[in-house]
Ligand binder design. Structure first.
Ligand SMILES: Cc1ncc(COP(=O)(O)O)c(C=O)c1O
Length: 389
């Protein structure tokens, strides 16, 4: 048969993330060892008590029935307890906490629940690619909010045209940010909430990296701000905070009407998260929280190992306060795509071209700190030897 793909599918173009796979394959065939700093998949294990909770629950035959789509009461209560302990935010576990198969599950389905064709969604540019894809899924229109270095990589609400703001249904914020690594403070969130209230826009705050922060910095939740729940939902992931990326567990909290709509969409798509995984997630949220600071220390040392050694060879990159990434200006007169290709060919080091995250990402590459310190130091040695700079 002739397979005619939907026109929607053409919007799901992630080619830039995969176009270097051919080069990687060639290098492997030549016996070269690739240092892959591309995809942000955590390389560290979950805490032992999480693995124990998962294995014990998985060994129990009673855990194999269909789970509850919105999440088991024990998991939603654990989410509420974690938010209260971590951010001092009170949540109702039933109406204000929703379990997700990773935050990607919720981020990709929310627009289907809330956005009608032709409505705008304000998205960060550069930004995590699923934000835009989710809007196309709902036939909405993504409206990019440029994140510029001179504004601390925060969106400037004053340049959003009134007619766009009036037709906007949601605004996505992501701090600490992937890919640019910037962070947001209370004053910024207060401005965002005032803007959202003026134009009746739902703020979707993605805090996937809230627990990976350095030099004593502690990211905040938008829900810490008085009245935020009226206009905000927040998404969090256990993938990075507890190294549980493969378990597919996360959650959304905040505005109950928005969460109800998301729960309706999801109840037609999935039947919830394997109960044993929810038990492991509960162990992570309620157990010893020192794991996250230990993990942050590891990423901080990696950050320093990489950026100090790159600075010694003349590539100066500002140190991020949070996330597992470095957002680096391309140090030579090449596009981000060309530079990533050149770097891979000459040094077997893989990074992601900034253009993959949106038009404003051009001129940068994202480097994920997903290798041990020795490997990150070796990156600088390889770059120096290659004379690419
Ligand atoms: C900014 C951001 N949000 C959300 C996610 C999705 O995480 P998960 O679906 O594993 O919870 C990621 C994953 O890399 C991310 O970088």
């Amino acid at each position: 048969m002739i397979m005619q793909y939907s026109s929607r599918l053409s919007r799901f173009d992630s080619a830039v993330f995969f176009e270097l796979n051919g080069v990687k394959q060639e290098l492997r065939e030549q016996g070269k060892e690739i240092i892959d700093l591309g995809i942000g998949s955590p390389d560290l294990p979950p805490p032992p008590h999480v693995i124990k909770a998962l294995t014990e629950a998985a060994a129990n035959p009673q855990e194999y029935g269909y789970p509850i789509s919105e999440g088991s009461p024990f998991f939603r209560e654990a989410v509420a307890t974690w938010y209260a302990n971590r951010f001092g935010v009170n949540l109702d576990p039933v109406s204000e906490c929703l379990a997700l198969m990773g935050s990607q599950d919720g981020l990709s389905h929310l627009a289907l629940a809330l956005v009608d064709p032709g409505e705008y969604v304000l998205v960060p540019d550069p930004g995590y690619p699923i934000y835009e894809v989710s809007i196309h899924l709902a036939n909405g229109i993504p409206y990019p909010m440029p994140l510029r270095e001179e504004n601390g990589f925060l969106p400037d609400f004053s340049i959003i045209p009134t007619e766009v703001a009036l037709k906007a249904k949601m605004m996505i914020l992501n701090y600490p940010n992937n890919p640019v690594t910037s962070v947001a403070d209370r004053a910024f969130y207060e401005k965002a909430i005032a803007f959202a209230k003026r134009y009746n826009i739902l703020i979707v705050s993605d805090i996937a990296y809230s627990e990976l922060a350095f030099d004593g910095y502690r990211p905040m939740s938008i829900l810490e701000i008085e009245g935020a729940k009226e206009v905000s939902v927040e998404f969090h992931s256990l993938s990075k905070s507890f190294n549980m990326a493969g378990c597919r567990i996360g959650f959304a909290v905040g505005n109950s009407a928005a969460l109800r709509a998301l729960a309706i969409v999801k109840s037609n798509i999935d039947y919830g998260i394997f109960t044993a995984i929810q038990k492991a997630g509960t162990a992570a949220l309620l157990g010893d929280q020192s794991h996250t600071s230990k993990m942050s220390k590891i990423y901080q040392s990696r950050r320093d190992a990489l950026l100090d050694s790159l600075a010694r060879i003349g590539w100066h990159i500002p140190k991020p306060k949070a996330t597992m990434f470095v957002w680096a200006k391309v140090p030579v007169p090449l596009s981000s795509r060309e530079f990533a290709r050149e770097l891979l060919r000459k040094t077997a080091v893989a990074v992601v071209p900034g253009i993959g995250f949106g038009r404003m990402g051009e001129g940068y590459v994202r480097i994920a700190l997903v290798q041990p310190e020795e490997k990150l130091k070796e990156v600088a040695e390889r770059i120096e030897a290659s004379k690419i700079l």
